[in-house]
Design a protein around this ligand. Structure first.
Ligand code: ADP
Ligand code: MG
Length: 239
């Protein structure tokens, strides 16, 4: 074991944003092995900015991000990937002109465990030779998730898995995040607009409002204490 105190991800005093202007301020957040952590909050709160900074795609303005005990260096973002972080981007980041199979292989340099990834998404198996752009939204999201899992990540970041998907698809895909964390010990950090479904499958949740953590609590506590959520979402989102 390495000496990162058990945390796969440790974010401390993070200011994150664009061109030196923070949109996220003073963020402290951790994800442990096998843990599903939800990052919630209204549109524009800074959730995507947080994930981009964690994976080194955006430089931190202040504070620190450690993945598996080591600081993330934005000039070497690929190293974070090799260390075991996978990031499913907000708009899935697929190559729509390539087949599903080609998308799965991309970025994995032959070391990809496609069989393991497809175990979780059997519906993709008959579609592997189809162009990603011709898949349904739900199939595309499965493909993006399978591609992330093919690299056997220790830490998985998922930005708005449910974006544009039918509720029935969301009800199938979100619980899979729980299953994967449970089966593999992967830590999952999930940005989600479907607040109640996210709370059902997560261990802990952070609610980001205007770039600051308004609430951080166990998910089951937030389910019981709707008022804590409603205050932070006031005027946003039907809870
Ligand atoms: N590339 C960018 N340049 C400047 N500001 C940005 C950029 N992307 C997002 N922002 C701003 O940062 C804030 C947080 O955005 P974002 O992290 O995307 O929020 P969320 O994912 O919670 O909806 C918003 O005010 C947004 O307008
Ligand atoms: Mg976002």
């Amino acid at each position: 074991m390495t000496d990162h105190g058990g945390a796969l991800l440790k974010v401390s005093g993070l200011d994150a944003g664009y061109l030196g202007v923070p949109v996220v301020r003073g963020l402290d957040l951790t994800v442990g092995p096998g843990e599903v952590v939800a990052l919630l909050g209204p549109n524009g709160a800074g959730k995507t900015t947080t994930l981009l900074t964690i994976s080194g795609l955006l430089p931190a303005i202040a504070g620190s991000v450690k993945v598996l005990g080591e600081p993330v260096n934005p000039r070497r973002a690929h190293r974070v990937a090799r260390r075991g972080l996978a990031h499913v981007l907000e708009r899935r980041g697929l190559f729509y002109g390539l087949t599903a199979r080609e998308n799965l292989r991309l970025g994995h340099r032959g070391g990809a465990d496609l069989a393991r990834a497809l175990d979780y998404f059997p519906a993709l198996v008959p579609l592997l030779d189809r162009q990603a752009g011709l898949l349904s939204g739900g199939e595309q999201q499965m493909l993006a998730l399978a591609r992330a899992l093919a690299g056997a990540p220790r830490l998985l970041l998922v930005d708005e898995l449910s974006l544009g998907l039918a509720p029935i698809i969301v009800e199938t895909l979100l619980p899979l995040m729980r299953t994967i964390a449970h089966d593999t010990g992967t830590g999952v950090l999930l940005v989600e607009q479907h607040v109640h479904q996210a709370l059902e499958i997560s261990d802990r949740a952070y609610v980001l409002v205007h770039g600051e953590v308004a609430v951080a609590a166990a998910s089951d506590e937030l389910v019981r204490r709707r008022d804590m959520l409603e205050v932070s979402y006031l005027g946003e989102n039907a809870l």
